[in-house]
Design a protein around this ligand. Structure first.
Ligand SMILES: Nc1ncnc2c1ncn2[C@@H]1O[C@H](COP(=O)(O)OP(=O)(O)OP(=O)(O)O)[C@@H](O)[C@H]1O
Length: 292
């Protein structure tokens, strides 16, 4: 069942003026409930514009967007657009700039508070969300402004998770973090996905991160969807991705090179873990051949 579905969705900024810009053009797409989707595409390809339609922040200039089977802009549903924002949580780029409450607790409680939940339920959700993002309880009464950059970002992500959205969309959640901080946040998002079975959309410029964490990849190119398929199938189209200014993970390029040199290696290697397995397989094969 599709949790998000678009039919001929287009978004034209400044429509009808000399500054008109088609940011998303005629996109028809179905994202399955429970998928972990990596969203890639060159700068300006329309990723941010498209994802802002998924929680009703932007309204299509034409076409439809369905969330959990409901056309969110249909006359009978559009008064409930707020509920769509609770169902589909969106974490913007550099979300730490949007923190504003005096304590971490209050910041994370802001969304659940807007949902009209009881104090008790809000408390449960804040604790749960802090645990998901690895923030110890002692931070709850601190000012978010006294935390490190990575911690602030985790507070912002917790604020969205606390609404228990069916879909969690993260726009470049690791931008500006060091490699350790990146792995930690993405690992926590993977854990969250596995435990809640929610749908995750991760916008990223890192093909390594997409290969490591996502199951499917949505490739945007010049305001349209170039491809929406499994990691394996999308990254097997490396020549086309390169032509549109994208790349495949570096380990894949190493294996492509080895194959072109005549070595019989798998072409489905996208992560360091897969590379390690493939190298061990080759090594064992060679050793067995030597002993035979
Ligand atoms: N508010 C706006 N008004 C006019 N044009 C806009 C607006 N927001 C985005 N655009 C234009 O729409 C196109 C798509 O932008 P969008 O931000 O959706 O792309 P993106 O793929 O997310 O890019 P990036 O990877 O750089 O974040 C770009 O050409 C951009 O300049």
């Amino acid at each position: 069942m599709a949790i998000i579905k678009t039919e001929h969705l287009s978004h034209v900024y400044s429509e009808g003026t000399p500054f008109e810009k088609v940011a998303v053009g005629d996109v028809s797409l179905e994202i399955e409930q429970g998928a972990f989707v990596g969203v890639i595409g060159h700068t300006g390809s329309g990723k941010s514009t498209l994802i802002q339609h998924f929680n009703g922040l932007l309204k299509p200039t034409s076409g439809k967007i369905m969330v959990d089977g409901k056309d969110i802009w249909a006359e009978e549903n559009k008064k409930n657009i707020r509920n769509v924002r609770f169902q589909v949580g969106l974490v913007f780029q550099y979300p730490e700039y949007q923190l504003f409450e005096e304590t971490v607790y209050k910041d994370i409680a802001f969304g659940p508070g807007n949902m009209g939940l009881s104090e008790e339920e809000i408390h449960t959700r804040v604790s749960e969300a802090m645990e998901f993002v690895g923030l110890k309880e002692k931070y709850a009464q601190k000012s978010p402004f006294d935390l490190s950059g990575g911690q602030k970002r985790r507070v912002a992500i917790a604020g969205v998770i606390a609404m228990r959205p069916k879909v969690l969309i993260l726009d470049e959640p690791t931008a500006g973090l060091d490699p350790k901080g990146r792995d930690k946040i993405l690992g926590q998002i993977r854990e969250y996905h596995q435990q809640t079975q929610s749908t995750i959309l991760l916008v990223s410029h890192s093909m390594e991160d997409i290969a490591k964490y996502a199951g499917k990849v949505l490739v945007m190119n010049h305001a349209g969807v170039f491809d929406y398929d499994t990691v394996e199938r999308v990254f097997s189209r490396s020549a086309e991705l390169t032509r549109m200014g994208l790349s495949v993970p570096q380990v894949s390029r190493v294996f492509e090179r080895l194959s072109s040199e005549g070595l019989s290696v798998s072409q489905n290697v996208y992560t360091v873990e897969q590379a390690q397995r493939e190298i061990l397989r080759l090594y064992t094969q060679k050793k067995e051949g030597f002993h035979a």
